[in-house]
Design a protein around this ligand. Sequence first.
Ligand SMILES: C[S@@+](CC[C@H](N)C(=O)[O-])C[C@H]1O[C@@H](n2cnc3c(N)ncnc32)[C@H](O)[C@@H]1O
Length: 346
Amino acid sequence: MPKSARKHPVTPERIMQLQWAFAPPLMLHAAVQNRIFDVLDEGPKTLAQIASATGAAPRGVRALVEALAAIGVLRRKGPRFSLAPDISAFLVRNKPGFLGGMLQHLMTQILPNWIKIPDAVRTGRPIHAVNQELIGADFFSAFVEDIYNLSRPSAQALAQVVARHCKAARWATRVNVLDIAAGSGVWGLAIAERLPQAHVTAVDWSGVTPVTRKVAVRLNLADRLSVIEGDILQADFGHGYHVATLGHILHSEGEARSRQLLKKVFDALAPGGMIAIAEFSPNTDRSGPAFPLMFAVNMLVETEAGDTFSQSEMRGWLAEIGFTRIQPVRVPAPTPILLAVKPSRA
Ligand SMILES: C[S@@+](CC[C@H](N)C(=O)[O-])C[C@H]1O[C@@H](n2cnc3c(N)ncnc32)[C@H](O)[C@@H]1O
């Protein structure tokens, strides 16, 4: 036996952990659905108190709550359980940062397709091609509002950068914002909240724009939103935009369509106009981080040509088209933002 194997014997421990890695998100979902985090946010409780406050079965509560405590989601002091701070901030319904809708999306829309992942790997074809309008409009309209909170802090950070750019460019009267693949409109509407002179044009499929409008109404911004309905490569964007946002769209388009889209955005921007791209990005040699690479697997399962792209890949595409001042922006989110500017004399 080699010396290293004697020192570190090979065990199935890691495989056991990986095999059961499906359990934590399902347990979180079960806790959100049964309002266990909601009642614990009111204060620490015993198992019996949790069962009584939620109406869930004592047997179910005991199994779930003890397991959630064992993975650190709940804290345990004597017979009472309480919430870890991140669970209190993001998985209690009615809190401004609530992300439970994302779990709902994962469980109902993503998992059923991932179960068939061996087929996607064998054929290289998606299980459920959400990049096609017929499937995609229903798919996205069901969850784009659920991912609003995920991007909102980043969108607010971007809005500040845009405000500085507009000031430097002396765009005081009207700022035209093109929000491509708008979904909830989180990116464009955050800019409109920050800049009273901004008007947002949101592009998305006709099955999804009612959600964009609904969010704009909720934010009192309906009179500063227009929509263009249709495929992002077919629709006529018009021109003269000062800012264009592409939030989480390049990954489902794949390289060829993404590059066409970026060129189309370049043409639609006014000289000096800015593009902002939010994407899950692996590093240049695709050796990590794990999440963007697992998201590329998601694109295999859900799209015809989708993928995740490194920042240097996207920088190369932008530079080739003629964008300058290409730079990342630090934002409080899992998806970094890449900014670039159309030269004033393009
Ligand atoms: C992942 S969501 C992102 C929504 C929003 N930008 C965000 O960051 O939260 C992708 C959006 O792109 C839209 N979309 C995807 N493919 C499209 C296409 N070919 N034409 C028009 N809209 C498309 C979907 O309807 C959905 O609203």
